[in-house]
Design a protein around this ligand. Structure first.
Ligand code: MG
Length: 506
């Protein structure tokens, strides 16, 4: 019989199996290299002198190669682990995640990866120029090459039914075209009808005078710092800097970094960007400590990550309760707000405006932008649409979805960097993230008086709930399984629709 003490120890030891322990040990150098790569990437965006880019590209490419070589050290032990039965969920998670990495690195030949990386660099340069001149034709041949490479990658990775499944899996493990088709076919008609009502009944404004008010950068830096303090983000494990494109990265569980930007007016852009990235950061800060340095000590998926940022940004940050909580602080830092009350700030934060640009889209219109891109990516891959037809199809779909039509390709098909960088399969995870945020909204209200908690500025119960349902598992379970565990059902777009109806129509 086990003594009381060893029972206790067993309870806290998540990885009792010696083969799994060996895997975790062998994973460590891979992790250290990957995180070093992430730090260099952060530095590139935040600190690097302009001329450093070529040498930085060289160093990062070499490091990426080392990452790949290092993972091969786990393969023999991984094979052994594949025959084990009686593993606990954490141990199964370790095997699953390593198999997932291995699949990518062993099925795609290094020369194909290299070909893609080179093309991505070239295509991104051409895309920037093309966007400036609004000239899709100059970008088209590179996009065609990229589509060809992505298709070859899909073939190497293997898939069932649709090549897009192979690419989707790289961002959202085990999620398929069938899942995404089901999501969008429910979401789009529902959103159309909500949007129509909101517009015809003038329920929310489309613009607000505050967006024209100029601010001093330092004042808004103070606002953003005070917001992260309000959310209870520990100062000694977190930092915030400035970059052109806001993002979050983490070097370890105790070293989480976000960036934001300051454009001089329309302060909500910067502020809600900060809340969004903080939401990503809170996830990383709260992954179970015992999983650190293991293959499952990471977020469950791209969409789960986005669900956190969107929950904090939209469901918490754009609520009436949050507005009333932060208005005194905002007025303290931004003098021009003196003449506006809570109600005006709420209207300003929740403008509804069908627009051409995805990154400026509001809660109600955002998913139309994603549905359009998802559909095009899927069709491009199987030849249902040719690259040359993209601008016209794009513009017609925007007209149909949102009643707006781009005047040129810069505000249409050329607006995003994703395709030039080869990120096919990424877009739909944004919408899935929104759907998951809707599921959080639906479920958290069974346990927490959300409105009251936010109004009081006490975010600990919300964070504890997210920890219990999502954060503590890291990547122990693939996203579909985690969804069922956390919310008792599979991906359910109705929850997002219900949230939006509640907020915009009731
Ligand atoms: Mg995000």
């Amino acid at each position: 019989m086990l003594s009381q003490e060893s029972v206790q120890e067993q309870k806290t030891d998540l990885f009792p199996n010696p083969t799994i322990r060996e895997l975790n040990e062998k994973y460590k150098p891979f992790l250290a290299l990957a995180r070093s790569h992430a730090l260099l990437e952060w530095d590139l965006e935040v600190n690097m002198p302009e001329k450093g880019s070529t040498s930085r590209g060289f160093i990062m490419a070499q490091l990426a190669l080392l990452v790949q070589i290092n993972l091969a050290n786990v393969y023999p032990t991984l094979e052994k682990a594949g025959t084990l039965t009686d593993l606990n969920d954490y141990e199964k998670g370790v095997v699953r995640m390593l198999e997932y990495h291995k699949k990518f690195f062993t099925r795609i030949p290094p020369n194909l990866l290299e070909e893609e990386q080179k093309l991505a660099v070239e295509a991104t340069v051409v895309w920037r120029e093309a966007r400036k001149k609004s000239d899709f034709k100059s970008f088209q041949p590179l996009l065609e090459k990229m589509i060809d490479i992505k298709l070859r990658e899909a073939e190497k990775l293997g898939y069932e039914k649709h090549p897009y499944n192979a690419l989707l899996d790289l961002y959202e493990e085990q999620v398929t075209v069938d899942d995404m088709d089901a999501m969008f076919s429910r979401l789009i008609p529902a959103l159309k009808s909500i949007l129509e009502k909101v517009r015809s009944e003038n329920r929310f404004v489309s613009s607000h005078p505050i967006e024209l008010e100029s601010y001093e950068t330092q004042s808004l830096v103070n606002v953003n710092r005070r917001l992260t303090e309000l959310l209870g983000i520990p100062k000694d494990r977190f930092r915030m800097d400035i970059s052109t494109h806001p993002f979050m990265t983490n070097i370890s569980r105790d070293d989480v970094r976000i960036t934001t930007r300051y454009e001089g007016k329309d302060f909500a852009k910067s502020t809600f960007g900060t809340i969004h990235e903080s939401g990503h950061g809170i996830y990383e800060l709260q992954i179970e400590e015992k999983l650190e340095y293991t293959p499952i000590g990471v977020a469950a998926s791209t969409a789960f990550h986005e669900s956190q940022s969107r929950f904090w940004e939209n469901i918490v940050g754009r609520s009436k309760a949050f507005v009333s909580l932060v208005t005194p602080m905002l007025k303290d830092e931004l003098n021009f707000l003196g003449k506006y009350n809570d109600e005006e700030l709420y209207k300003y934060f929740n403008r509804v405006r069908p627009s051409l640009i995805r990154v400026e889209a509001d809660e109600l219109t955002y998913n139309f932008h994603i549905a359009l891109r998802y559909d095009l990516e899927k069709k491009l891959l199987v030849g249902d649409i040719r690259a040359s037809e993209l601008p016209s199809t794009w513009n017609e779909t925007m007209q149909d979805y949102l009643g707006v039509k781009p005047e040129n390709d810069a505000e249409g098909v050329l607006q995003d960097i994703h395709w030039s960088g080869g990120s096919f399969g990424y877009f739909p995870t944004y919408s899935l993230g929104n759907v998951l945020a809707g599921m959080i909204w639906h479920n958290i209200r069974n346990d927490i008086e959300l409105d009251k908690t936010i109004r009081n500025g006490d975010f600990a119960p919300i964070k504890a709930w997210l920890y219990e349902k999502i954060h503590k598992y890291g990547a122990t379970y693939p996203p579909k399984e985690l969804t069922k565990r956390s919310f008792g059902e599979s991906f359910n777009p109705d929850r997002l629709v219900q949230y939006l109806e509640w907020k915009y129509l009731s």
